[in-house]
Write a protein that binds this ligand. Sequence first.
Ligand code: R5P
Length: 278
Amino acid sequence: MDWGLKNRLSRMIKPSTGRSVMLAVDHGYFMGPTHGLEVPRKTIAPLLPYCDALALTRGVLRQCVDASADVPILLRVSGGSSVLSEDLSHENITTSMEEAIRLNVAGVAMSVFVGSAHEHPTLVNLGKLVDEGERYGIPVVGITAVGKELQKRDARYLSLASRLCAEMGAHIIKTYYCEEGFDKVVEGCPAPIVVAGGPKFNSDKEALELASRAVELGAVGVDMGRNIWQSEHPVAMIRAIRAIVHDEATVKEALNVLEEGKRPNAPVVSSKAKAPRT
Ligand code: R5P
């Protein structure tokens, strides 16, 4: 692995802990102005100091994030279908590597739809994206997308999809957590795994439990969206997630971080759970 690629990876996966809290705000690429992300700038700004990478599209990056922001960017480069489509797997590469370099990103991300009507082109596109990523030193995140078929998220499917992305050369795999057999998903995937949060749980506690179990079983962190910015207390929530991912906090300790964070003028709660950049 060349220096540039290693350097960009280490900006997203923190060498001090080997972990990462990525904040996903790319949902608009197929969902439009979904709840909590209607005005991306407002959602992103308070959370920015607490994420190790910000996952989004070039449109939201250019329009809603100040170019002076000191945050590694994980640029989504695939898209092409909307939530109105029957078949969400009909995605292609929508943003070039040249554009990614122009935007000074730390990594690029694309969805792969294993088992779907568009399995073949999405897998081949991932291979081509990795070729370009290796050429220019840009890490590639392969996302094991399931479209509307959320029930697909079991260990057998996730192991297959994650392994395929890793075999194609993706440097990080973004997949889902599953209750049964997540350790096997991690074991069978030679690239580091971050987990998405999925649709908002009924409680913040459930999302903290998901993050806790995922890292306990070998994920290097999360790339989480809705369970952070659809929470009633997004900043307190991302701090609590940081406590789990970077400080090995238990769910109980993370809940304390969450409660402390809900107070007005809440103090910074622990060394690594606090904002890395102030
Ligand atoms: C899908 O829109 C994106 O890949 C999201 O970034 C991913 O699903 C993570 O966001 P969430 O935690 O809301 O599932």
